[in-house]
Design a protein around this ligand. Structure first.
Ligand code: 5GP
Ligand code: MG
Ligand code: MG
Length: 194
């Protein structure tokens, strides 16, 4: 069996088409974004709202890169759609545990594709009267430009291919890959598997 990096199950290694963003690039970019967030929120306290499950890796790394005092909450939403595209019809699977009224909220997202999920989520959160509401998304695809969502912090603009890794899944698999990459056409055709 092939020798692979931590987080890369040997049987998944052959399913990766192209690595678009390496683990080092992600770490470097998160540190840079954290410095910006620290500067912007100086003297304040942040409430990071992570959107499960894709944003868990970004949350874990971003929260530890920040010096701003913060608390964390998580939400889980599901947009009805296929395994590889979203519809904009969103359902809350897990809501926030507490009020965000008067708080400085930073939504932490993995990736913005159509932007439909985020646009729905922001409208929902805005109705709860936070003091401020901003978004940090590690990845953004070209499609997102067409939707009117203001994303304050963006890690990487990537091509509009379906990607996995660093929290992003294909049928719940591939989330632990330390990089972000495409799947081979064969792996997509075969369907999700461990
Ligand atoms: P959107 O509503 O912006 O089209 O996408 C919403 C969610 O779909 C994202 O937060 C993410 O969880 C998932 N998603 C979008 N694009 C990709 C992708 O290329 N790969 C994976 N694994 N998930 C994606
Ligand atoms: Mg997401
Ligand atoms: Mg997913």
């Amino acid at each position: 069996e092939e020798d692979t990096a931590p987080g890369v199950p040997p049987q998944q290694a052959a399913d990766i088409g192209e690595v678009l963003v390496t683990a080092d690039e992600i770490a470097e970019r998160i540190a840079a974004l954290a410095a910006k967030v620290d500067a912007d929120y100086a003297g304040r306290e942040l409430l990071l709202v992570g959107v499960l499950k894709g944003a868990v890796m970004v949350m874990a790394d971003l929260s530890r890169a920040l010096r701003t005092p913060l608390t964390m909450e998580f939400m889980a939403v599901s947009s009805y759609g296929s395994a590889t595209s979203s519809s904009g019809v969103v359902r809350i699977l897990k809501d926030l545990d507490r009020s965000i009224e008067g708080r400085d909220v930073l939504v932490v997202e993995d990736i913005i594709d159509s932007g439909l999920t985020l646009s729905w989520l922001l409208k929902n959160l805005r109705s709860r009267n936070p003091a401020s509401l901003e978004v940090l998304a590690l990845f953004r695809k070209p499609e997102a430009i067409t939707v009117d969502v203001d994303v304050r912090y963006v890690g990487f603009d990537i091509p509009s291919a379906f990607v996995v890794g660093y929290g992003l899944d294909y049928g719940e698999h591939y989330r632990t890959l330390p990089f972000v990459g495409t799947l081979t056409p064969e792996a997509i055709a075969r369907g999700p598997r461990p």
